[in-house]
Design a protein around this ligand. Structure first.
Ligand SMILES: Cc1cc2nc3c(=O)[nH]c(=O)nc-3n(C[C@H](O)[C@H](O)[C@H](O)COP(=O)(O)O)c2cc1C
Length: 153
């Protein structure tokens, strides 16, 4: 039984936050409480036992986590928390023009969560900004399918 899902957002220009709002709407529609948290001031202590998270992140620089998520990533690596009870999903925003580093920040968060024992639900969603489709338009549908995998209904 899932009561609450926290959506952790790393963004440079706000698109990932729009995506997070759509995901939150889909979560609420299932009767599950949704909370959006920008990564800015977060540390590993936000990750509680048996909780569920969606990581919503764009990619910048050379496949890097956006500035507002960097400290959270560093803190995660340093704290090396036990995430065994945690389930998570990843919605990554990127641009295939950067083909060597497409959606890499999503891969980095996925690798860190997996390394510390968390279980990913579903595949990583990778949105391509050059596809012509807005990520916020795809987010609700993705979230619906992801929630089915999470809850089995
Ligand atoms: C300077 C710059 C560098 C970027 N680097 C990458 C990259 O390495 N890989 C990638 O997949 N997308 C890259 N992107 C694309 C962004 O991740 C994409 O446009 C995303 O939708 C932006 O979301 P945001 O507004 O939440 O930051 C880059 C964009 C800019 C402007």
């Amino acid at each position: 039984m899932v009561d609450q899902i926290k959506i952790l957002v790393s963004t440079m220009t706000g698109t990932a936050e729009l995506v997070a709002e759509e995901i939150a709407d889909a979560v609420s529609a299932k009767g599950i409480e949704a909370e959006i948290l920008l990564m800015d001031d977060l540390g590993a202590e936000v990750l509680a036992d048996d909780a569920v998270y969606v990581i919503c992140t764009s990619t910048y620089g050379q496949g890097d986590v956006p500035d507002n998520g960097q400290a959270f990533m560093d803190n995660l690596e340093a704290a090396a928390p036990d995430l065994k009870g945690i389930k998570y999903g990843v919605f990554a925003l990127g641009d295939i023009t950067y083909n060597q580093t497409f959606c890499n920040a999503g891969n980095l968060f996925d690798a860190a969560f997996r390394k510390f024992g968390a279980t990913r639900i579903g595949e990583i969603m990778r949105h391509d900004a050059s596809s012509g489709e807005l990520p916020e338009d795809q987010a609700g549908e993705w979230a619906g399918e992801w929630l089915e995998q999470l809850t089995g209904s």
